[in-house]
Design a protein around this ligand. Structure first.
Ligand SMILES: Cc1cc2nc3c(=O)[nH]c(=O)nc-3n(C[C@H](O)[C@H](O)[C@H](O)COP(=O)(O)OP(=O)(O)OC[C@H]3O[C@@H](n4cnc5c(N)ncnc54)[C@H](O)[C@@H]3O)c2cc1C
Ligand code: FES
Length: 282
């Protein structure tokens, strides 16, 4: 039997993105689409919130991108190694009831989060269009998995190297203009992408759910770090979300807050790379 929080399977999806399947039977039993876990890679490590991408038996799979110090430390744990903590499921599941026709839009890594949402909608009987956007062809992830979680998959690349030539907003607009009648659009990805998807769906009057991933610390509604303004009211993404009505989110405020620690994060990332290079050279 695997050990507690053992990384039973690890897959490299692109040079920057990997998935790990972690032995966590209680979470695997309960987690629903849209929920997340918080892990620590080491006892003195930062908490890392990651969305549950899928569950399978007693395993929980999360997909992570190496963006800074903590995710780089996580990436150093090999298959068979164990995480210090793995807590969840946290947050509210994505609402999928009563939806017959849906478009799910994922941007880059957001496709890993869009995947379980599309699957949950599809399993509940909805007809689902899944639009996945990437900068270029060689960083497309989870294509087969996405295809089997929807009725129609549209891959978009910013440089036109694969699929639709352009942004996810362009593809969604094309579908809306062609007369697609969605009950709901779900958008998961960079804040700017979600902001412009919402601007578009507002014109077409299509209710839109977005997944907000502000910086989180405790993940239980205690610290106030993850606050977002929704319809003029303060909400905590960790307990009230991460999903919210996209037409009511103050995106400009969230985008400004997300930049707060940029300088510190860049310094830590550079220090981490220096430490790694030092180990390789020594
Ligand atoms: C609910 C939720 C779900 C998420 N799901 C995923 C996922 O499935 N896959 C994935 O790769 N990433 C996901 N993230 C983002 C992930 O948590 C951060 O990329 C990670 O914590 C970065 O840590 P770092 O030290 O490597 O990078 P840092 O250098 O510290 O930060 C890089 C960027 O990551 C974000 N970030 C940093 N710390 C946190 C934190 N404590 N909470 C949230 N964001 C942070 C910020 O935008 C920051 O600019 C999710 C975040 C939230 C809140
Ligand atoms: S992370 Fe502390 S309140 Fe949400």
């Amino acid at each position: 039997m695997p050990k507690k929080y053992e990384i039973v399977r690890k897959k490299v999806l692109t040079p920057d993105i990997s998935s790990i399947s972690v032995y966590a039977p209680l979470i695997a039993k309960k987690a629903l689409a849209g929920q997340f876990i918080i892990l620590r890679a080491s006892a003195d490590g930062e908490r890392i919130p990651l969305t549950v991408s899928s569950t399978e038996g007693e395993l929980v799979t999360v997909v992570y991108q190496k963006v800074g110090d903590s995710t780089m430390t996580l990436d150093e744990i090999p298959e068979g190694g164990c995480l210090t903590d793995f807590v969840g499921p946290l947050g509210q599941p994505t609402p999928v009831e009563g939806v017959e026709r849906a478009a799910v839009v994922g941007g880059g890594l957001g496709c890993a989060i869009a995947l379980p949402v599309a699957k949950a909608l599809h399993d509940a009987g909805a007809k689902v269009d899944l639009i996945g956007g990437f900068r270029t062809k060689n960083i497309v992830i989870l294509e087969d998995e996405m295809r089997s979680a929807c009725d129609d998959l549209y891959i978009c690349t910013d440089d036109g190297s694969y699929g639709f030539n352009g942004f996810t907003t362009g593809k969604l607009e094309e579908l809306l203009k062609a007369g697609e009648q969605y009950d709901k659009v779900y958008a998961i990805g960079p804040l700017v992408m979600m902001k412009f998807i919402c601007r578009l769906t507002k014109q077409y009057n299509v209710p839109t759910i977005v997944s907000m991933n502000p910086i989180m610390i405790d993940g239980t509604g205690m610290c106030g770090c993850c606050r977002v303004t929704v319809d003029g009211q303060v909400k905590f993404a960790c307990v009230d979300g991460p999903d919210f009505d996209g037409h009511k989110i103050d995106f400009d405020e969230t985008i400004a807050r997300a930049a707060t620690y940029k300088e510190f994060e860049q310094r830590r990332r550079a220090e981490h790379k220096c430490r790694l290079e030092g180990m390789e050279n020594g």
